[in-house]
Each structure stands twice: as structure tokens, then as C-alpha cells.
Design a binder for this molecule. Structure first.
Ligand code: AMP
Ligand code: MG
Length: 387
């Protein structure tokens, strides 16, 4: 089964497998958008006779008698405007005198003022949320307005997380002086979950071709395979050669970026016309984080059935000038904060390179330095990758 029906609130973090359609016109009637008096715009200028009151939610509100020239009706925000009226004057803009109301001198009204026509927001039958939407608060509100208490969503793609490396130990085992804790499986699992996938953390594979091959075969039960480590040029980096021996086709091997240069992406044919896609992510923990954000997330979006609309890059102003070696596009751990005038400012986090998780823990984004951008001035507009 590739879709399931969930309660509306459960659809957050999922992807819509059905379109949300307006079940009636929105608004369902001509809606007053202000508290005030409904009347004819052409009558404004002289005193108007108040002929009643219309409240939002009053069953009688839809059957108010036709409003005639020289008449006004007191009306509340959200109530239906009666036939015959073509504007609503705000209560702040009138002078009341017994049973009469006069619009303050000099104030002109036009037909349509403070009224939303029936169906102007969405006509009955209009698609309000297309298939592929990842519902967030605005979408949930729109779906609720259309009467959807349940929605059909796609199954989450299962994503295998497979760390490789002889030095790695799991969190529940004692760590010896020459060993490193397997942190990538956790950061990757968190990124997978945040991207709407279902992570499956597999046991660490040793730097041994047959161990790696066996682990990849297990991982191929999932919809996407993420390997970390073993893709660089070292003597014990076996991931690429194992994948090749398994008949993998590589779609790219290496990217002119730093961190993350050795990242590989490819697929293995499982049967006619069907492929299992994989990433070989560099083992350095910050490289793993950055290459996931750049390359893996869009693939999870695609496997999820999501529309490719997730916002990844924004612009901020650089707080302090920096110098970087040219040649590679850099994605440097940085901290972005709000400044005056709705402006975001970004600052580099000092770090020890792509293995430095402790410094990266102080970052909330990556500053993008283009390959020719050797010197960036303070105050310059720069690109930032969100993660
Ligand atoms: P590799 O890509 O296998 O050459 O590894 C590069 C660096 O990342 C080495 O310092 C590894 O110890 C480290 N590393 C590899 N895999 C992990 C992991 N799962 N968790 C933490 N560090 C790792
Ligand atoms: Mg390794």
C-alpha cells in the first residue's frame, strides 16, 4: 500500500496523496470584513436610516430583507452582507444619531469596499492544496476550512543509514582510545526524519569488502541507501569498489565543494526498469551533514512524492569579512541571527575542519562561498544554506 489515511493533524511532515478541494465557495456568502454599517456606496453623504443588525453566525443573517436606498444595516465582521448593499463602512468612520447613521464628512466609499464576494477566495471544486503538498500550519488551516478531518498521504520512504569504518563504535559500547563514536548514523537518521523519511539505522559495517557488500544487500530492503565513510581515496575506502562490483551505475562521483568533495550518487538495478538509489557520503561528520542537505534531501522529496519546493537557500549579510582559498564552493558552518530592519546577519563559526562536530553544534546554517569568492566584505549579501 503506498498511501494511507490519517487524521488531519497527523499529516504534518507527510505528503498529500490527494488534492484538497473546496467543498463549497469560500467565502460561502458575501462577507463583511469590518464591523460597521452595510449600505450603498452611492448613498454615502447623507444620513442613512438604520434598519437592523446582522451578526455573524445568526441563522437569520442570510435572509435579511433587500436593503433599499437611504438604508443602512449594522453589521459585524464575518457576517453576510445583505442584498442591495454594496459596501461596509467601518464603525470608526461613522457618526451615530439615534436611528440614523452618517458617514464622516469627506469620506468616500466605493462599491465592494470591505466586502469579499462569495467564492472570491476559492470556488467550490477548486484545488486548494495539490497532490505533493507537505502540509504545514497554513495548509492544515486551509484543509480544515474545506472540511477535511482525514487526508490521504503517501507512505514515508524508508531510508537505510549505514555507517562504515573500523574505528567506529556504537553508543552503548565502551569507546577505546583509538576508537570514534558513530555519530553519523544519528545525525543522518535525524536529517532523514526531518526530511519526511523513515530512517533505518543498520549496524556499522567494517572496512572489509565482503562485510560492506553484505550490509549494502541488507540496506537495499529500503527505498534509499545512505552510506557514510569509505568513499575517499584511502587504501581502506572500499565503498565505491564494492558498489561497482555489485553492478552499480554512478551518476556522479565527487563534487567540487568543501566539505563533501568525495560524495557519490548512483543506482543499482534490482529488476527490469527498477533501480535502488544510493549515496556514498563522506565520513567526516560535517561533510555528511552538508551533503545530505544539498543532495539527499531532494531525493527524499522525490521518493516521498513531494513537490520540489523546499526552500534551501536564503540571503543574509556577512557580519565580518572573510578570506577563503578559491577553487571549491565552500559550505562553512555559520550562525545566522536577526538584525534590525528585517535583515538576517551571518557569521562564520571558527572550526577545525569537516570533522569538527563540536563547533558545528554552534552553527544553524552554512555560509556558501562561491569558488571564486576569495574575499567577502563585511556587510556583503551572501548565500546561506539552511539545513
Ligand atoms: P572516511 O570517509 O571513512 O575516510 O572517514 C573520514 C573521517 O570521518 C574519519 O576521521 C572517520 O573516523 C570519520 N567518520 C567516518 N564515519 C563516521 C561516523 N559514522 N561517525 C563519526 N565519524 C565518522
Ligand atoms: Mg573510513
Amino acid at each position: 500500500e503506498c498511501t494511507e489515511n490519517v487524521a488531519l493533524l497527523e499529516s504534518q511532515g507527510r505528503v498529500l496523496a490527494e488534492a484538497v478541494v473546496a467543498d463549497r465557495d469560500q467565502p460561502p456568502f458575501r462577507r463583511a470584513t469590518r464591523d460597521g454599517f452595510a449600505c450603498r456606496a452611492a448613498d454615502v453623504g447623507g444620513p442613512l436610516r438604520i434598519v437592523g443588525q446582522i451578526r455573524a453566525g445568526d441563522p437569520a443573517s442570510l435572509n435579511f430583507p433587500l436593503l433599499r436606498g437611504g438604508e443602512a444595516v449594522e453589521i459585524m465582521t464575518g457576517a453576510p452582507v445583505p442584498d442591495g448593499a454594496d459596501c461596509v463602512v467601518m464603525v470608526e468612520h461613522v457618526i451615530l444619531d439615534g436611528g440614523e447613521v452618517t458617514v464622516e464628512p469627506g469620506r468616500k466609499m466605493r462599491a465592494g469596499d470591505n466586502i469579499v464576494p462569495a467564492g472570491a477566495e476559492a470556488l467550490k471544486g477548486t484545488v486548494v492544496l495539490p497532490v505533493g503538498t507537505r502540509p504545514s500550519a497554513n495548509h492544515l488551516g486551509a484543509a480544515a476550512a474545506c472540511g477535511y478531518s482525514q487526508v490521504e498521504v503517501y507512505r514515508r520512504p524508508r531510508v537505510a543509514v549505514l555507517a562504515t569504518g573500523d574505528e567506529l563504535v556504537e553508543l552503548d559500547a565502551p569507546v577505546l582510545p583509538f576508537q570514534i563514536r558513530n555519530s553519523n548514523s544519528y545525525s543522518l537518521a535525524a536529517q532523514v526524519a526531518a526530511a519526511g523519511g523513515e530512517p533505518a539505522r543498520l549496524p556499522v559495517a567494517r572496512d572489509d569488502p565482503s562485510a560492506i557488500e553484505a550490509a549494502i544487500r541488507d540496506a537495499m530492503a529500503c527505498d534509499l541507501v545512505l552510506l557514510s565513510g569509505g568513499v575517499s581515496a584511502g587504501r581502506y575506502d572500499f565503498v565505491e569498489t564494492v558498489l561497482l562490483s555489485m553492478g552499480a551505475e554512478f551518476l556522479f562521483t565527487g563534487v567540487l565543494m568543501q566539505p563533501g568533495r568525495p560524495v557519490v550518487f548512483g543506482r543499482i538495478r534490482v529488476c527490469a526498469g527498477e533501480y535502488k538509489y544510493f549515496f556514498g557520503l563522506p565520513g567526516n561528520p560535517v561533510s555528511t551533514l552538508v551533503t545530505f542537505a544539498l543532495f539527499v534531501r531532494p531525493v527524499i522529496d522525490a521518493l516521498s512524492g513531494a513537490l520540489p519546493d523546499s526552500l534551501r537557500f536564503v540571503t543574509a549579510r556577512l557580519a565580518e569579512a572573510i578570506n577563503v582559498k578559491p577553487g571549491l564552493t565552500r559550505f562553512l558552518p555559520a550562525h545566522m541571527a536577526n538584525g534590525p530592519n528585517f535583515q538576517a546577519w551571518v557569521n562564520l563559526i571558527p572550526w577545525q575542519g569537516s570533522g569538527d562536530l563540536a563547533s558545528t553544534a554552534r552553527a544553524n546554517c552554512y555560509l556558501v562561498v562561491p569558488p571564486d569568492g576569495t574575499h567577502l566584505e563585511a556587510g556583503e549579501a551572501v548565500a546561506v544554506l539552511l539545513d
